[in-house]
Write a protein that binds this ligand. Structure first.
Ligand SMILES: CC(C)(COP(=O)(O)OP(=O)(O)OC[C@H]1O[C@@H](n2cnc3c(N)ncnc32)[C@H](O)[C@@H]1OP(=O)(O)O)[C@@H](O)C(=O)NCCC(=O)NCCS
Length: 148
């Protein structure tokens, strides 16, 4: 397994994996639209400053990705970073790929002088919670929702 920044022509494959991530999250959030297909997203995002799109490659196939970006603010002494999306294809899970992607992102943000990495994760997503906790993430804020 090889972790590397996505190439400029790999936006579409990451869009497809983001679509699958959103579909995975539908089990915990029924308001997510089952017909939604991500298109023309990462081709643009990966070209922006302060972003990192990483892919995990196995036998020349992209089997996972992570997207994150720096999130500077005048309120903050040091910038934070957002881990925005992480997905590993089902048949490649529990082999350390998710952790390797997250560690690579952490290395990159550390080099940028970032104070902390933030992320949102669904409370019922125990697998992802376990992964983040194993990397030193802990609950710092609560993101609340009131369904109407
Ligand atoms: C969450 C996800 C990225 C983990 O990827 P992965 O490659 O399987 O994870 P790893 O093999 O690197 O495992 C890392 C840690 O996750 C946890 N983990 C992995 N598989 C698990 C499982 N089946 N059950 C419980 N915890 C699990 C463990 O803590 C593991 O650490 P350990 O191996 O030291 O015990 C993957 O399950 C996934 O893509 N899920 C669907 C999308 C998603 O939920 N993304 C996160 C949105 S916030």
């Amino acid at each position: 397994m090889h972790i590397r920044p996505a190439k400029s022509d790999e936006g579409a494959v990451c869009d497809e994996l983001l679509t699958r991530l959103i579909q995975t999250e539908r089990q915990w959030e029924p308001n997510l639209n089952e017909d939604f297909i991500v298109t023309n997203n990462y081709a643009y995002r990966l070209a922006e400053d302060g972003t990192l799109l990483l892919v995990a490659e196995e036998n020349s196939e992209v089997v996972g990705f992570l997207f994150g970006f720096l999130s500077p603010s005048p309120v903050l002494k040091r910038p934070t970073a957002l881990l925005d999306a992480l997905f590993v294809c089902k048949e490649h899970r529990s082999k350390g790929i998710g952790k390797a992607l997250a560690l690579r992102f952490r290395e990159w943000v550390k080099e940028q002088g970032v104070y902390a990495i933030e992320l949102k994760v669904m409370s019922q997503n125990t697998t992802a919670l376990r992964l983040y906790e194993s990397l030193g993430f802990s609950e710092a804020k609560k993101y609340m929702q009131c369904n109407l």
